[in-house]
Design a protein. Structure first.
Ligand SMILES: [Zn+2]
Length: 265
């Protein structure tokens, strides 16, 4: 994808996030890793509905402006913490989708285990990162324990951060969390938000790893890369890593549907 296409994709996503009502005022921000320690970003103090490809900025690894007319946003520090912890991540999206953010305000986790598919897409849990005052040291350090495992975070009294190998994946992950929050809200109102059986959760998590998602799959990949590159240090073994994609055709179908756009790449 050319730089121009990337700028257009980022601007279109920004407008989409605004149209969905996931942000108000100047809330929310989006970045893409460009390489060479630089990141394409939305500027601060602009409605996400008014972002254009021409209005984007470029920042360095410390969040300082490299080019563009706007100014960097404060929360770029949160994005950079994700990029530092996760070399596989190329896009980060932060917004305040109202239902999921409502859960974060109530201090209640949004469960990925209510339905089968989100376990494949998001893993066993969607972490609820403890609240920290913006720019306080804990603002960043609170994220760190969750970054390796999770591809989406619920930030207490704040909002949602999602990230992935591209903008579309980051978007889809946030969409799924907001959708799950709505389902959990209704289930709680009408009765009880029950998770699917534990045994099925375990099988779906194995399918997730087999599909190349999550920490175990990434560790497996880096172990193979290290072996190919003749690394002398022995990578950690992967506990219970699955050797092959889900043998069960039903599980395989769920994985294919849920991860279609990633698997097509
Ligand atoms: Zn925010």
């Amino acid at each position: 994808m050319s730089r121009r296409q990337l700028e257009q994709e980022l601007a279109a996503l920004s407008q989409r996030v605004h149209a969905l009502g996931w942000v108000a005022n100047h809330d929310g921000n989006i970045t893409v890793r460009l390489g060479d320690g630089r990141y394409l970003a939305t500027p601060t103090s602009v409605s996400k509905g008014a972002i254009t490809a021409e209005g984007l900025i470029v920042v360095d690894g410390e969040g300082k402006l490299v080019s563009g007319k706007g100014k960097p946003f404060t929360e770029v520090a949160l994005h950079l913490a994700v990029y530092r912890a996760r070399p596989d991540v190329r896009a980060v999206l932060h917004a305040h989708p109202p239902t999921a953010t409502g859960f974060s305000v109530a201090g209640i986790e949004v469960k990925s285990t209510l339905l089968a598919e989100p376990i494949v897409s998001l893993g066993a849990t969607i972490p609820l990162v403890p609240y920290a005052r913006p720019r306080a040291p804990e603002w960043l350090t609170n994220l760190v324990p969750f970054l390796e495992d999770a591809d989406v975070l619920l930030l207490e009294n704040h909002g949602v951060m999602s990230y992935g190998p591209d903008l579309e994946t980051a978007y889809l992950r946030m969409e799924l969390v907001e959708h799950l929050a709505k389902i959990q809200l209704v289930a709680t109102q009408v009765g009880l938000a029950r998770s699917i059986p534990a045994g099925d959760q375990a099988m779906l998590l194995e399918s997730r790893t087999a599909a190349g998602l999550g920490k175990a799959a990434r560790n497996k990949h880096s172990a193979v890369t290290a072996a190919v590159n003749g690394a002398t240090t022995q990578p950690k073994p992967i506990p219970n890593a699955l050797p092959t994609p889900a043998a069960d055709p039903l599980l395989r179908a769920i994985v294919a549907e849920e991860l279609g756009h990633l698997l097509r790449k």
